[in-house]
Design a protein around this ligand. Sequence first.
Ligand code: ASP
Ligand code: MG
Length: 406
Amino acid sequence: MALIVHKYGGTSVGSAERIKKVAQRVKSARDKGNRVVVVVSAMGHTTDELIALAKQVTDNPSDRELDMLLSTGEVVSITLLAMALRSLGAEAISLTGGQAGIMTDTAHRRASIIAFEPARIHRELECGKIVIVAGFQGITEDLDITTLGRGGSDTTAVALAAGLKADLCEIYTDVDGVLTADPRLVPGARQLRDISFEEMLELAQQGARVMHPRAVELGAVYNMPIMVRCSFNGRPGTLIHGGELVERKNKVRGIAHDLDVAKITVQGVPDRPGVASRLFTPLAEAGVNVSTIVQNAGVEGLADVSFTVSRQDLSKALGITGPVAHDLGARKVVSGDNVGKVSIVGSGIENVPGHAATMFRALAEHGINIEMITTSQIRITCVVEREQVARAVAALHSTFELDKLD
Ligand code: ASP
Ligand code: MG
């Protein structure tokens, strides 16, 4: 008997009607003879609404209390789904993250899973029950409730699938699978039949919203295949896995974009050892995630250093970088959030020097100026003006012939 994990996102459980539909899908997986564990997110925009509610009470809610509050969102959906399943005649039980054995560290609001104790879930499965687990939450050694960071239900699902040695982890969402680009920008975007963990991780980190990057990382570490598919239809979806890919290697597989980008440039910093460390250590200590970093070759002992952060971190980052830059004797610090990123992603694209040239030419032909460039083994990212991002994505999608995928 196969063990499968299903995960349903907020939209899929957004109303009582939709919860009933999910119950039917879960029941039919069970009726096929599988043992089934289901992870659910909070209904619709519940998590956002709970955060807004907390902010009405105080400007500065404590992270511990917020976690306790936010965890209730998922508790609503697990209980309703268990009730819906029972009314269909299926045995089901809801479990909070803690009851399901998900142990985390104490980093409230961005906790990491440090252990998973599967005994309770196994026990319930052995009794023939469908087990429904609240996503996005866990419990500390002191039995405090934690949450795993926004979008953390994907991580719960993959962690459970890996820990239970499930045969498959299916992530049900409101799109058909992983697409070659955001269909709102590229109507001709195609669904991929499969994609490697490393490609999916890059796409997710570079702005593709379909799956949370941490969940993909976990899937890669435990080699847990993940199927992303739509909860509103029976279509096959996209398999994320570590095996050989159906499509040929060395090809661009997808275009990601990210509008949540702000750029800071420190102009005229002395070009000597230790400067980058002085600039970036305090940002790291303050938990500011710095992505693209570019330093130009020093001229007359001075260099410019540019980097990007998320838009919400811009003012915090400036508050930290300003004084450091001043201490270093830098000429000035400039910033702006009128930028975005476009990336091409594909395993082995570094082996094909022509891909970079093709990308830059396509952007040039559309009159799009590249402000920064970074690469990894399987990705090339350009920072461009925010207004140009949509055109850049469309241009790259057709240049790399992603619209011609069958
Ligand atoms: N409900 C949580 C959130 O909105 C977790 C999730 O949806 O994965 O971030
Ligand atoms: Mg969500």
